[in-house]
Design a protein around this ligand. Structure first.
Ligand SMILES: [Ca+2]
Ligand SMILES: [Ca+2]
Length: 307
């Protein structure tokens, strides 16, 4: 009886292993890509997004796995790590990608294979283009003829105590609204997606009234500068350049600073040397679609600090 059971066991094991061997053997089909993130040919891809290539079945590393490559169009390779999560190949880039750049991901043939050892039949190529840099798109800071960019360590725009200018990139007949604030709290309040009516210093009717141009920057937590360029006679800005799509670079030269006192409703004017604050918190809005909402690409925020 004992012997009989032993035989039975062996027979079952043989049948089971035969079945599973047969089931694996039956898969002669190479893995197929069924979905990618971003899609092939996608534009406006975020510069910090991982790339995910999804296959129709579980995959493992193949013998050309290490040759998976991401490069920008002049073929400069990007530092990446590639890993497998179930049916997907996940490509992470160590640093953010460049803005407005076409990238090509190449997965060579046999870089991945299925459980039966069927390798990817031919190289899979994915192309996409990254988004433009909206943080720099609307406004830049100039001093002494040179652009001053935010310092990468503290994200502040470091200026000498002297005149400087804000240079706006804008459609020619549009307007920019510029708030200059004396504190971080009010600065942090304004975010993408908000209605201008909900932000005290951008509420309709809070444009700071002056005759014509603004030779100075008015720090006011309850109001904003209203800037436009239409032609040389009727403008608060100086035209620097205009491209074929009527997008202009227009300059606002700032020669002194004024601070609003909400108790006395008056401004006090300062030279750069007398100016009592270290930082100016600046928010620029160009509501291009006129819906009174701060949309992507319609705003910039920056903090100027004086050395
Ligand atoms: Ca297969
Ligand atoms: Ca808008």
């Amino acid at each position: 009886m004992k012997k009989f059971f032993s035989y039975l066991c062996i027979i079952s094991i043989v049948i089971l292993s035969f079945q599973s061997a047969y089931a694996v053997k039956k898969d002669n089909a190479a893995p197929i890509v069924i979905q990618t993130e971003p899609g092939n040919g996608a534009a406006n891809v975020q510069t910090n997004k991982n790339i995910v290539i999804k296959f129709n079945e579980k995959i493992v590393k193949g013998n050309t796995f290490l040759r998976i490559k991401l490069a920008d169009s002049p073929k400069k390779p990007v530092n990446i790590t590639a890993s497998i999560e179930k049916n997907s190949l996940v490509i992470k880039h160590i640093n953010d990608l460049d803005f407005e750049t076409e990238y090509v991901l190449t997965i060579p043939a046999n870089a991945v294979k299925d459980a039966s050892g069927n390798g990817l039949k031919k190289a899979f190529v994915l192309k996409f283009t990254t988004q433009s840099d909206t943080s720099e798109g609307i406004v830049r800071v100039f001093q002494d003829g040179k652009e001053v960019k935010a310092d990468s360590s503290d994200n502040l725009v470091h200026l000498e105590r002297d005149t400087f200018s804000l240079r706006f990139k804008m459609p020619i007949e549009s307007t920019v609204q510029v708030a200059a604030l004396d504190n971080q709290f009010d600065y942090d309040f304004a975010e993408k997606g908000m209605h201008l009516e909900d932000i005290l210093y951008f509420t309709p009717g809070t444009g700071i009234a002056t005759d014509g141009s603004y030779p100075s920057m008015y720090l006011n937590n309850e109001g904003h500068h209203y800037m436009f360029y239409s032609d040389d006679n009727d403008s608060r800005l100086t035209l620097i350049s205009e491209d074929e799509d009527s997008i202009i670079d227009a300059d606002w030269q700032i020669n002194s600073l004024l601070i609003y006192d909400s108790e006395s409703y008056e401004y006090s004017e300062y030279s750069f040397w007398d100016f009592p604050l270290d930082n100016i918190y600046i928010i620029v809005i160009n509501d291009i679609d006129s819906d009174n909402i701060i949309d992507e690409g319609e705003y910039s925020k920056l903090v100027v600090t004086f050395n």
